[in-house]
Design a protein around this ligand. Structure first.
Ligand SMILES: C[S@@+](CC[C@H](N)C(=O)[O-])C[C@H]1O[C@@H](n2cnc3c(N)ncnc32)[C@H](O)[C@@H]1O
Length: 270
């Protein structure tokens, strides 16, 4: 999967300090905070995922696979929270993990929390150990065809504990962005998938699952499990909204009108 490895050589990276990096385009390989999404949301996107996991009962004794963990946007929070050896990150772009450790956590975390990392790029979660109480794949299937989504969900399903759940996001199609018909990996371009197609894939794989309303500025969240009892009943949806108060860009998450979109927000990503 050559496209996955298409990154800037190390000597061209880290030319930016933190505040300048926030002005880079989402998907830019020039900085670890930009490659994985809008750099000025690096903090919020990690917190959004951590809050969802915590709302769904994450305990420090759980084992979590962060599928496509990037530069540890979520991982830096999870590694601190989980007991040693309980965090597993899958990321073929190893420079992102290195930057996340060096810039966000410090190398001592490797000794203290013993996170484990895998760099296979074949979307096979069964190669990452397990079993996992949670697998989370945030903004991964927003860049894959149905072929890779199927492989990732199917291998993740086989890697879950009997009560484990997988969480993932997809980009809904709209007038400007029709459903993606191709296969493979596309980055930083988007691969919209219609909800009925995702639901049909989950059913075809013999898993239980549904879309949940947890707020995401650009995508939709899904939960799947081998055990239908692990899928929260819709009556709990009021606990699964994920709103963020007092951040203007996320005003829609609590039902307020968002501010006008700035030109810089128009990225072909996430
Ligand atoms: C939009 S980023 C999301 C990163 C992370 N999930 C987050 O929310 O911060 C997509 C990530 O998928 C990674 N990726 C690319 N190819 C992959 C593969 N074959 N398997 C797993 N992850 C892959 C990219 O390197 C990148 O870090």
């Amino acid at each position: 999967m050559a496209a996955v490895k298409r990154i800037l050589p190390r000597r061209h990276r880290r030319r930016f300090d933190r505040s300048t990096a926030k002005t880079l385009r989402a998907g830019s390989p020039a900085h670890y905070t930009a490659y994985v999404g809008p750099p000025d949301e690096y903090d919020l996107m990690g917190a959004m995922q951590f809050r969802l996991l915590a709302t769904l009962g994450l305990r420090s004794s759980h084992t979590v696979l962060d599928f496509g963990c990037g530069s540890l946007r979520l991982g830096r929070l999870l590694i601190a929270y989980l007991e040693p050896g309980r965090y597993v990150g899958l990321e073929p772009n190893k420079w992102l993990v290195d930057e996340g450790i060096d810039q966000e956590l410090g190398r001592s975390v490797l000794r203290v929390k013993q996170p484990r990392f895998f760099d296979n790029d074949d979307f096979d979660a069964t190669k990452c150990g397990g079993p996992f109480d949670f697998v989370i794949a945030q903004s991964i299937f927003s860049h894959t065809g149905m072929d890779l989504m199927e492989k990732a969900i199917s291998t993740s399903g086989r890697s879950l504990t009997p009560t484990g759940v997988m969480l993932f996001t997809t980009v809904p199609p709209d007038d400007q962005r029709p459903p993606f018909q191709g296969n493979g990996w596309r980055y930083p371009g988007l691969t919209p998938h219609a909800a009925p197609d995702v639901a049909a894939l989950i059913a075809r794989l013999g898993l239980a699952g549904r879309e949940i309303p947890w707020y995401h500025l650009r995508q939709r969240w899904w939960i799947v499990s081998n055990d239908p009892a692990q899928i929260p009943d819709p009556r709990y949806d009021p606990h699964l909204l994920g709103g963020t108060l007092r951040v203007p860009k996320y005003a829609a998450s609590v039902g307020d009108a968002p501010p006008p979109i700035e030109a810089d927000d128009e990225f072909e990503h996430e």
